[in-house]
Design a protein around this ligand. Structure first.
Ligand SMILES: Cc1cc2nc3c(=O)[nH]c(=O)nc-3n(C[C@H](O)[C@H](O)[C@H](O)COP(=O)(O)OP(=O)(O)OC[C@H]3O[C@@H](n4cnc5c(N)ncnc54)[C@H](O)[C@@H]3O)c2cc1C
Length: 332
C-alpha cells in the first residue's frame, strides 16, 4: 500500500469523486474551490477518461478520444478561458462555429483534467468496486474488488460512464432511482476504434468527415496549436460506430488495415507509419432529454454526473459537473 493510499483510508473526505474524466475533474475542482476536502478515485493510470491520449515517443502524445472541447455555454467558457490564461488550454479559434468555441489542451486534453484535480487527492490505478453506507455515522465507504477499504467520505459522486455506474449501483442499497437512470442510459452507447498514423505534409483540411463506410472523421493532430512544427502530418482516424459495433472483437491488425485502407483511399496520401488502434467500448452516449443534467439523492448524499446525463459530449460532461457542484454547494 502506498503512503497516499494509507492516508486516504484514515480520512473521511467531504466528497469522493469516482472517475477523473472531464466531469469528475470539473466536479472535484468546483467542490475543492468551495472548501470541501475531495478525493478522486480513478481506475486508469491518470486522469482524462475519454479525453485520453496515446504516447508516441517521449515528446509526443496524440488525443485518442475527443479531439477538442466544443462549447457555447458561458459557465464552461469562463472556466476554459481561465485555463487558457494559465496556459493549460488553448483556444483553437479556426474551428469555432458561430458562438460555439473550440478548446484543446496544452499539450493534450488530459492537461485540463490534470489541472482541475490538482487541489484534490487523486488515487490512480484504483477501481471503486463497492459502495457501502454506514447509516449510523452517515459515512460512505468505498471498497475495491477485494473488498478492501479505499477511502471514506460524507458525499460520493459517480462520474463514470452509464454502464459502469449501473454496475456499481446495482449492489448499493437505497440507490434504485440512480440505478434506473444509469441502466436506461446504458442502452444508448456506441463504440469506436481510433488509430493514429503519419503521412507527408499535405494541404488537406485539419478535420475531414468523409462519406465513408468505415471512417467517421480524420483529424490532423499536428495542426492543433500545441502540436505545430512537426516534420510530417499526424492524423487521428475515428471509425464509424456502426462499423465498430460489427468489428469490436476483430484483431488490432485487421482494424488497422481497414482504417488505413479507408484513409488512403479517401485522401490519396501514402502512409509513413501508424500506431496500434484503440477500442473505446463506450465512446459516446445519446443526449439525455431530462432538464436536469445530473442526479443527486439528498437523503443519501450520493450523485451522478457525466456526459450521458447531459448532451453526450465534452460540453455535456462539463455542464453536468457544473450543475451538480452548484446543487451541492447550495446545501453547504
Ligand atoms: C473516440 C471519441 C471521440 C469523441 N469525439 C468527441 C467530439 O468530437 N466532441 C465531443 O464533444 N465529445 C467527443 N467525445 C466524447 C467525450 O470524450 C466525452 O463526452 C467526455 O470526455 C466524457 O467525459 P466524462 O467525464 O463524462 O466521462 P469519461 O471521460 O468516460 O470519464 C470517466 C472516468 O471514470 C473512470 N472509471 C470508470 N469506472 C471507474 C471505477 N469503477 N472506479 C474508478 N474509476 C472509474 C474511467 O477510467 C474514466 O477516466 C468523443 C469520445 C471518444 C471516445
Amino acid at each position: 500500500m502506498t503512503a497516499a493510499e494509507e492516508k486516504a483510508i484514515n480520512i473521511v473526505y467531504d466528497v469522493v469523486v469516482i472517475g477523473a474524466g472531464l466531469a469528475g475533474s470539473m466536479s472535484a475542482y468546483l467542490l475543492a474551490e468551495a472548501g470541501q476536502s475531495v478525493c478522486v478515485i480513478e481506475k486508469s493510470r491518470g486522469s482524462g477518461g475519454r479525453c485520453g491520449n496515446q504516447r508516441i515517443d517521449d515528446q509526443v502524445r496524440v488525443d485518442m478520444g475527443s479531439p477538442y472541447i466544443h462549447t457555447k455555454h458561458p459557465d464552461t467558457i469562463q472556466v476554459l478561458d481561465q485555463l487558457v490564461s494559465a496556459n493549460i488550454a488553448l483556444h483553437w479559434s479556426q474551428q469555432d462555429k458561430g458562438t460555439t468555441k473550440t478548446y484543446i489542451g496544452s499539450p493534450s486534453l488530459t492537461a485540463i483534467c490534470r489541472h482541475l484535480v490538482q487541489s484534490s487527492r487523486l488515487l490512480t490505478n484504483t477501481r471503486a468496486h463497492h459502495l457501502e453506507l454506514d447509516h449510523t455515522k452517515q459515512v460512505w465507504r468505498i471498497r475495491d474488488s477485494h473488498f478492501q477499504l479505499i477511502t471514506q467520505c460524507k458525499k460520493v459522486i459517480l462520474c463514470i460512464p452509464a454502464p459502469q455506474a449501473a454496475a456499481l449501483l446495482a449492489a448499493t442499497q437505497g440507490t434504485e432511482d440512480l440505478w434506473v437512470t444509469a441502466n436506461q442510459a446504458s442502452k444508448h452507447s456506441t463504440s469506436q476504434w481510433v488509430l493514429w498514423l503519419e503521412t507527408a505534409h499535405s494541404d488537406l483540411k485539419s478535420i475531414i468527415c468523409p462519406d465513408h463506410p468505415v471512417i467517421e472523421c480524420m483529424i490532423k493532430d499536428n495542426q492543433k496549436l500545441s502540436h505545430k512544427g512537426t516534420s510530417c502530418d499526424r492524423w487521428v482516424i475515428h471509425s464509424r460506430s456502426d462499423w465498430a459495433s460489427l468489428n469490436l472483437d476483430k484483431s488490432k491488425e485487421h482494424i488497422a488495415e481497414e482504417l488505413i485502407k479507408g484513409f488512403c483511399e479517401d485522401t490519396g496520401l501514402e502512409l509513413i507509419r501508424h500506431g496500434s488502434p484503440h477500442r473505446w467500448l463506450f465512446s459516446r452516449f445519446l443526449p439525455n432529454p431530462s432538464d436536469t443534467p445530473f442526479k443527486w439523492n439528498e437523503e443519501l448524499n450520493i450523485g451522478l454526473a457525466g456526459d450521458w446525463l447531459s448532451s453526450g459530449d465534452t460540453e455535456g460532461a462539463l455542464l453536468s459537473a457544473h450543475q451538480l457542484a452548484k446543487k451541492i454547494r447550495s446545501t453547504l
